[in-house]
Design a protein around this ligand. Structure first.
Ligand SMILES: Cc1ncc(COP(=O)(O)O)c(C=O)c1O
Length: 465
């Protein structure tokens, strides 16, 4: 079967990203465009249309209107996902050799930007929930401790990155974290790839967005947390801490010079969708449905974890002696595709299409899953990464990545410097980055992780020679 046929014939309930639910939640205006004569919309940067980096034309006007709608100074549409815009954002904030403070759960795109730009990532550890087996959100007390260590070690940081919310939908008091960083005179980029919907003014229903919380730069992945096609994203900028010309220049390095007009129109329609009273009420309805689904599944005994994004449903399988991967395989065999399997949990992305009818489906399949795995022992708590609160790579990550390397079996990598990222996918969060040393505890932890993430962690590692 060719790829086009494969795409149209693909069946299964989609609890994965993109969040438009296989087209169901795409904005009507955009559906209309897709229904027009095939390919008629595939236009280059004609004078009337322009591109995200031009000052005039339809795209420039659209970006200005979107920025006005959100109450920020500027925005740029992206056609290379949050990945491309996060990388451009980091490049606009830093010069080679400068240090950037980032949480350990930062997406690999930002580590890759450090490798390319020769920026120094200063990674801080995060609170870890050992029963769930993943990092949870940080608070201001935690961040202050991190900044104290930065001061004690006389590290000069030139920019900071926050991730809000996490893949699992854990949010935090983003406003106070941004204030704390601003008080230290550091510009803040928030990777809000999973939180574009937070920017809709729905107080008491969704957490505050990093935009209203005053971040200097915010990146939204419009296919992950809005109703855009895959690869659509937007970078918002406000205030004077980051030079817009530097942003423009950097986007030019990370984005094609032939931006797809279809994807740009999708960016626009996704951003506009919830700004109308009708669109906003549609979003509210979806969120309320998701909340009701969570409550009714929980009252039926499904082990769901509380988070702050109602559209992310985390099934905690570990207490039942079932891994998220086993649960995922089981659900896939019944036509339900989740987004994020992990050793102790399985996360479903409900997306922005109608989900009311899924209650019975989830309930029935959970009961059958338990029957398929009888008499299991609950998993022991997972081991948190054995790393200090603050970690600087032992050698320059960029040099480690570009230098001479050799491949060694993971179990023989003791005291070697990694030359690569290890990032089970999803979620693309690095366990080790180039330039980090595998001491005893780190190596034991990685070997343990390699058993927990089947086929996702290679049994060899590229190390610096
Ligand atoms: C936190 C976070 N940031 C950024 C990205 C990259 O987003 P995109 O797929 O739009 O490039 C991801 C992807 O998984 C992510 O989880």
């Amino acid at each position: 079967m060719d790829l086009s046929s494969l795409l149209t014939h693909y069946r299964g309930k989609s609890f994965f990203l993109p969040a438009h639910g296989r087209g169901l939640a795409l904005p009507n205006s955009f559906k209309k465009l897709l229904r027009s004569r095939a390919g008629i919309w595939d236009l280059p940067e004609l004078p009337d249309i322009g591109s995200p980096l031009e000052e005039s034309g339809g795209v420039a006007d659209s970006q200005r209107e979107s920025a006005d709608l959100l109450g920020v100074d500027r925005c740029w549409y992206g056609v290379n996902g949050a990945t491309g815009l996060l990388q451009a954002a980091l490049f606009s904030m830093l010069r080679p050799g400068e240090a950037v403070l980032m949480p350990r759960n930062v997406h690999r795109s930002l580590i890759n930007a450090c490798l390319l730009g020769d920026f120094k990532p200063i990674l801080f550890d995060l609170p870890f929930n050992a029963n769930q087996g993943h990092a949870i959100s940080l608070d201001n007390v935690w961040l202050r401790k991190v900044l104290e260590e930065i001061n004690d070690n006389q590290i000069i940081i030139s920019a900071a990155v926050l991730v809000h919310p996490t893949y699992h939908g854990y949010s935090c008091d983003i406003s106070s974290l941004i204030k704390t960083l601003h008080n230290s005179d550091v510009p803040v980029l928030v990777d809000e790839a999973h939180g574009a919907h937070f920017s809709v003014d729905l107080k008491d229903v969704l957490p505050e967005s990093a935009i209203s919380a005053g971040a200097d730069l915010v990146v939204h992945s419009l296919h992950k947390s809005s109703v855009g096609l895959c690869q659509t994203a937007v970078l918002w900028s406000q205030g004077t801490r980051v030079d817009p010309n530097a942003i423009r220049k950097s986007i030019g390095c990370f984005q094609t010079s032939s931006t797809s007009s279809l994807l740009l129109a999708s960016c626009e329609s996704a951003i506009r969708e919830w700004r109308s009273p009708l669109g906003k009420s549609k979003l509210l309805r979806i969120i309320n449905q998701a909340k009701n689904l969570f409550c009714s599944l929980k009252s039926c005994g499904l082990p769901l974890i509380n988070n702050q994004d109602p559209l992310r449903l985390i099934l905690h399988t570990a207490p039942f002696g079932i891994s998220g991967f086993e649960a995922d395989d089981f659900f896939i065999s019944r036509g339900l595709l989740a987004e994020l399997p992990e050793p102790g949990c399985l996360t479903f992305c409900l997306g922005f299409s109608y989900q009311k009818k899924y209650k019975n489906f989830f309930e029935r399949n959970w009961t059958q899953l338990l029957k398929a795995y009888p008499n299991q022992q609950p998993f022991k708590p997972f081991t948190p990464p054995p790393i200090p609160l603050l970690i600087q790579p032992s050698i320059n990550p960029s040099l480690a990545w570009r230098g001479k390397t050799t491949s060694v079996p993971l179990i023989k990598a003791l005291d070697r410097v990694s030359a690569e990222l290890i990032c089970p996918y999803p979620p693309g969060i690095p366990m080790i980055i180039p330039g980090e040393v595998l001491d005893n505890s780190r190596l034991d932890w990685l070997v343990e992780q390699s058993h927990l993430w089947p086929e996702q962690i290679p049994n060899t590692l590229l190390v610096v020679t």
